[in-house]
Design a protein around this ligand. Sequence first.
Ligand code: B12
Ligand code: SF4
Length: 474
Amino acid sequence: MKNKILMINPWIYDFAAYDFWIKPVGLLSVGNSLEKAGYQTFLIDCMDRFHPLNPKLKKKKYGTGKFIRTEVEKPLCLKHIPRKYCRYGMPLEFFMKALAEIPQPDVILLTSAMTYWYPGVIFAIQILKQKFPGIPIVLGGIYATLCYDHAVERTGADYVIKGPGETAALTLVDSLTGNAFNSDYNAGNFPQPTYHHYQKLVSVPIFTSYGCPYRCSFCASQLLSPKFIQRNPGEVIQEIEYFYYKRHVRHFAFSDDALLIDQENHLSIIMDAVIEKNLKLDFHTPNGIHTQLITRDLAKKMFRSNFKTLRLSYETSDRQRQAEMGSKVTDDGLADAIDYLESAGYRRKDLDVYVIMGLPDQHCEEVITSMLFVASLGAKVRLTSFSPIPGTKDWDRAIELHNMPDDLDPLLTNNSIFPLSRADFSNEIFEQIKNLSKVLNYGLDHRINFFDKSEIAKLVKQHFKEIKTEIGGR
Ligand code: B12
Ligand code: SF4
């Protein structure tokens, strides 16, 4: 009889969460290696909005949508944050029902994503230990990799695996079940996620590559995927066609860190095939794409092959920081990219441009200048905030420059709250900058001239009374 492996994607615990085509790709890929070795796998994805047990939720644009949420008590270190803290995903009663429908597993595999979502991991482990006493629980994923010691000490998992899990999990499961003959499986370079567990599949993330050749100081890409490797474009096309024809998926989210590298020999080939095969699907790029690499031809192809949600990496207007990021973007590069995309058929206000705030040595003027530059190009500002990640340069800088404790609770690195207590970049300024981005984006939709201060002042008064920041100043 086949051994049974239960795979769990736990809840998100956060102040906010939204489903931008999220799937536990890593866990599903580990599941694939186990299935190939002869194990029977079961999945409970707490974040599957279309799980048959979940109530029907309103559909939002492009297959995205809100998760069900349950307000929970804030952990002690977050008590001072005046916002609701919630468990996002499947309501507990449905999770218990889903567990009751599953036969007793031999091993349980649990994944983890953002480092500051670990309370969801702990909560799931507590329930699983009660329900299946004595069954080994193996934890892997992004949090387990980036905060390994914390995960070992705090989660209650019996085993914690760091890094890629396909081979490591198989070896461990083989030894736990006494099937040592299986462990010669070769994971290859790319995961093949087991999406057959999903009864309804509205969207899928697609990875055409892993890793990134750039080395931005705030990013963990290099720690998670040290080498940059691209897949064969033909394989990616096959994958897209499989989901399109067999599972009727129409929304594909490219989740690469560096989608546009060597585009002539890579993404262009994928787009050509989609155009030629006349596939009526929508592509989305929730992760920022490298603006400097957008050419006139690429922009045209993106439009023709139905790239709908386009998010461009910009981060900052600061020249030195742009250089530190390997010049993945410059002001002129961003302006050109937006011109090309507009000529190809996009409306400027439908293009989202990432601006980052709160980096260790960053001042609010830099953030405001960056936002104003994006707005001056007629594009939407998509503000992201710095979340310090252990092992990155900016983690060390935050310790050095702002006395951040080196054992900071990952909960306090949440990008929704300002993680560093800095006199020059307080929570108040953080909120004001967020409001400014809303004003700028609102202005774009309502054709407000950003560079007419009186017009902006009127707008600020009307719609965002709480903003006291003078545009362009502190
Ligand atoms: C795709 C992606 C997203 C997507 C969707 C994420 C999702 N969960 O589907 C989107 C665009 C929505 C997103 C958003 C954000 N993201 Co993001 N994202 C990524 C990205 C590029 C890839 C993650 C992924 O799916 N990898 C592919 C799979 C195959 O790899 P994997 O999950 O690591 O799995 C492997 C191993 O971990 C292991 N494994 C996994 N599970 C298990 C289980 C077991 C049992 C075992 C043994 C092994 C194992 O084996 C797997 C296969 O080898 C990473 C960067 C990166 N290079 O990893 C950032 C990353 C995770 N994101 C990050 C951030 C900061 C964000 C944002 C906060 C950005 C922002 N400021 O707005 C937002 C917020 C998210 C939210 N609130 O919803 C950070 C994490 C920060 C943190 N503190 O944890 C990362 C690391 C990027 C970075 N800046 O360094 N993101
Ligand atoms: S370009 Fe993007 S993925 Fe690459 S290192 Fe910089 S932030 Fe990370």
